[in-house]
Design a protein around this ligand. Sequence first.
Ligand SMILES: Cc1cc2nc3c(=O)[nH]c(=O)nc-3n(C[C@H](O)[C@H](O)[C@H](O)COP(=O)(O)OP(=O)(O)OC[C@H]3O[C@@H](n4cnc5c(N)ncnc54)[C@H](O)[C@@H]3O)c2cc1C
Length: 359
Amino acid sequence: MTGIYTRRFVPNFVGRLKSWMASGKKSEQLNRTAHEVLSEITSNQDLITAVCYLWGDLGQPPKKISFLQLASVLNHYKNGGYYPVGGSAVIAQKVIKSIHQYGGRVLVGMGVKEIVAYKDQVMGVKMDNGDYIKSRQVVSCASLNQTFNKMLPRPDVMKQLDRLSCDPACLVLFVGLKAGKEALGIKDNNIWQFISNDCDADLQRFDEKMGEDAAQGFPVMFLGSGSAKDPAWKEQGKTTLEIITFAKKAWWEQWQDQKCLSRDEDYQTKKNVLIDRLLEDGLYLNYPKCRGQVEVVDLGTPLTCEHYLGSHEGSIYGVAHTVTRLHPRFDKVLTPYTPVRGLFMSGQDITGAGVISAL
Ligand SMILES: Cc1cc2nc3c(=O)[nH]c(=O)nc-3n(C[C@H](O)[C@H](O)[C@H](O)COP(=O)(O)OP(=O)(O)OC[C@H]3O[C@@H](n4cnc5c(N)ncnc54)[C@H](O)[C@@H]3O)c2cc1C
């Protein structure tokens, strides 16, 4: 991975030289999927699936995910996982402190409508409320798609992105339970749940059937409890838990033009079916003591992610984490540098999915 970051992050001659050298190499591990590499070591599909169990962290199943990227996520967990004391909001609170310390300001709930450029030099940003903020340097942490499709339309950049798909969107079930973690048997570990040892086929079937046959089981499910991981959690008699699975935005398109929180009743009806299944197949299966203990529950759909995170098509991790993503042909677009002077990119489209990676 270091080689890829050098190619993409080091400006000018050194990066270009590295890209050129990489484009000549044919069979590097980075051109191979996790399934290809592991199949050379074993034919045991159960074992391959178990070794690849973290593929959900990058959105692509074993026959599509890049071996190298999956290996770096596995390596990242070598000494266990990490959770910020006080919850994930603490990360933003601490970063904001530093921004203030250096004279910066943080605007919350305000969107950028347009990145203004003149003769390929960035000049500032226009906000949704009409404010104009002048600056000859802008760093966009929105996706490449949002930035160059909406905020500063650049067909040349979009053309380079043409051959890159996006990672899937997701469903996130937020559950509030009226008992403490000990009473419910919930620990601080995550659970990844699969329905067979062929995650690629399961995911494809689920996608084709538009998720309507959820009765056959969600191909993948993640369960994690934020409150159980947080030593600073104060509500000892209560527990929070999230269940995440993949979904397509297309399943929700009929409601996309309706306002968030006031969509038609049939949107809620569809959500209710999925909520029941996720509770049965996910929560109660793994934590039977939770039955009868759910105090609040709601489901975030790809439209929710699009609304709150500004993610392209509700995609969970942006540019798909397939082997294609690592190809040198994309070095010029999956990089902090843009064709507009003073405009830089950051975040998961550039570095890869995950909080640590994006930071
Ligand atoms: C449900 C879910 C669970 C996850 N769990 C984990 C986990 O446990 N561990 C982990 O490491 N990673 C996890 N991830 C992945 C991780 O959250 C992302 O990889 C990471 O946050 C990406 O950071 P980013 O800065 O690229 O994008 P984001 O964190 O998405 O930040 C982009 C920001 O840009 C803003 N934005 C977009 N458009 C505009 C606009 N026009 N104007 C103003 N602002 C705009 C958005 O509001 C957003 O705040 C999870 C992701 C999801 C969706």
